[in-house]
Design a protein around this ligand. Structure first.
Ligand code: BGC
Length: 543
């Protein structure tokens, strides 16, 4: 922790997508024991905390974001003893543990939903069942669309087997939305928070944090009575929930924290989630959609910093996560003029091959940019190895519901979730033990043999070495360095100063001259005082 700041205001947080991190028991799926084996690696990398994607009991219809029991660990990942051991072992090496809570929806296999479809009125009241429209009720209750494509409603059979009511699912049909106006739902989740806080977890990432409360009456999208977008998202009632959650987090010693996944564009409305008695931080996801263009990056960074200043909150940065095209691949094709969403980046695979060498050079530069900014930086597992999106997975192996729900038009997010290459040249590149009984749940590209963590660890020019060096230099030079002051420079160049450290990023096609100063770190080997296209450097200013 640096002077006066809380750990979560400056941390480097490593996002663990458990299924794909490391498989200790050889069943082809990553697990808690595999993560425990890699804590030394994460500590060497300089991670202050890990955020672990949902490990609760789940049929894994959406990679665990479909929870069947919130107070247990799925056997494929381990058990509660393993969870306790992980938390203790992480704390012993100075790494905090954030879990991922999924309060907007459960799995269709959750006992509440199973009871609901058997007709138990109390269980039904935990979900959003509604009669259909039209003469036979065969039209969905409203016109909302699921985030993964198709209508946000699925019709169930009634007690006699005849078609009955519909239930709302903002995501896949396997993920029925909860009715958060039901006090029993709220009370149960408060118990879930306490359960994990008592086991020692340091906080939660809140999945779809802006979605819990829906506008009463579930109006059609065009009939929304609110002035701010969709009736299923960012509704005012949500803040009461987070005030109660905050008081629970604050009742623990040390106080626990929440980071909300809140896709709320209006800074004023986003600010409401960060009031002193609500969440500690939200994902601004500022850099994830932005092209590798100095002007666009600068504009987005400034907007994020302005919002943070306005609301007095810490800033969070990330270049990739488990829902987006890995940034090596995003940067490997012609860059869009403005920010684009992940589905757009996925569609680019149809435009021609990716220049991954260029993508990696740019990714190295972007990493120096992200790590030089004030606030918290979230790294997504594998980015420190320079992994690209695996765009050619066999269709029959794709598991992401986006693939199915989009009628096989969107390949979905499996390409960023391929199991990590750790070492050697064996069939799983060290992801699973040699005696494994099943292959990795998604196949690794053969050429990942060249970018295993072991191969990169001893290579001074590797992506892994760049990450390690940058994270440790950041600790020494940047945590207390103060706010961003932009430096006027050529177009296509982004430059700013924080205290004595200057960060330069050249997204143009010509080299630029750097000002005098001691070079702390560059994303590529530098020739003299010039900064090549697609590279970045940290300098210590002379005055
Ligand atoms: C998570 C996704 C998940 C969705 C539904 C998102 O915000 O990051 O991976 O599919 O929520 O839970």
């Amino acid at each position: 922790m640096s002077g006066g700041q809380q750990w979560w205001q400056t941390a480097v947080v490593y996002q663990v997508y458990l299924r794909s991190l490391a498989d200790a028991n050889g069943d082809g799926t990553g697990d808690i024991a595999g993560l425990r084996d890699r804590l030394g690696y994460l500590s060497d990398l300089g991670a202050d905390a890990i955020w672990i994607a949902p490990w609760y009991s789940s049929p894994l219809a959406d990679g665990g974001y479909d929870v069947a029991e919130y107070c247990d660990v799925d056997p494929v990942f381990g058990d509660l003893d393993q969870a306790d051991a992980l938390i203790a072992q992480a704390h012993a090496v100075g790494i905090r543990v954030l879990l991922d809570i999924v309060p907007n929806h459960t799995s269709r296999e959750h006992p509440w939903f199973l009871a609901a479809i058997k007709g138990d009125p109390a269980a039904r009241a935990r979900y959003l069942f509604r009669p259909g429209r039209g003469e036979d009720g065969d039209q969905p209750p409203n016109n909302w669309i699921s985030h993964f494509g198709g209508p946000a409603w699925t019709r169930m059979s009634g007690p006699t087997g005849a078609p009955g009511d519909w239930y709302l699912h903002s995501f896949a049909p396997d993920q029925p939305d909860l009715d958060w106006s039901n006090p029993e739902v709220a009370a149960d989740f408060e118990d879930v928070l306490r359960f994990w806080f008592e086991r020692g977890v340091d906080g939660f990432r809140i999945d779809s944090a802006h979605g819990l409360i829906k506008t009463a009456g579930l109006p059609d999208l065009s009939d929304s009575p609110t002035r701010h977008g969709h009736p299923a998202w960012d509704q005012d009632g949500i803040h009461d929930i987070y005030r109660r959650w905050r008081s629970i987090a604050d009742s623990f010693r040390p106080p626990r924290i929440y980071v909300g996944e809140a896709w709320v564009d209006d800074p004023g409305r986003l600010a409401r989630y960060l009031r002193p008695d609500e969440l500690h931080a939200v994902f601004a996801s500022a850099l994830i959609r932005v092209p590798f263009r100095a002007e666009a990056l600068r504009a987005r960074i400034q907007q994020t910093l302005d919002t943070a200043e306005m609301i007095g909150s810490p800033v969070t940065w990330s270049l990739s996560n488990h829902d987006t095209v890995r940034h090596v691949t995003r940067y490997a094709r012609p860059q869009p003029a403005t920010s684009e969403n992940s589905a757009w980046y996925r569609r680019q695979r149809g435009t021609g091959p990716a220049d991954l060498a260029l993508g990696r050079i740019r990714a190295r530069a972007a990493t120096l940019l992200a790590l030089a900014l004030p606030g918290t930086t979230y790294l997504y597992q594998g980015e420190e190895l320079g992994l690209e999106e695996v765009e050619d997975l066999p269709d029959q192996l794709r598991q992401d519901p986006t693939w199915r729900q989009s009628g096989h038009t969107d390949p979905g997010r499996d390409g960023c979730r391929v199991p990590l290459p750790w070492s050697g040249d064996g069939p799983t590149l060290g992801f699973s033990p040699p005696e494994a009984t099943s292959p990795p749940w998604l196949p690794q590209p053969e050429h990942w043999i060249d970018c295993t963590a072991a191969a990169q660890a001893s290579d001074s020019r590797s992506m892994l070495t760049l990450y390690r060096t940058a994270i440790w230099l950041r600790r020494d030079h940047l945590l207390d360095a103060g706010p961003v002051t932009w430096i006027d420079t050529e177009s296509d160049v982004l430059a700013f100063r924080r205290g004595r450290i200057c960060c330069y990023l050249n997204t143009g096609s010509e080299p630029i001259a750097l000002p005098p100063g001691k070079l702390l770190l560059a994303s590529e080997t530098r020739a003299g005082s010039m900064l090549a296209p697609n590279t970045a450097a940290w300098l210590t200013a002379q005055s």
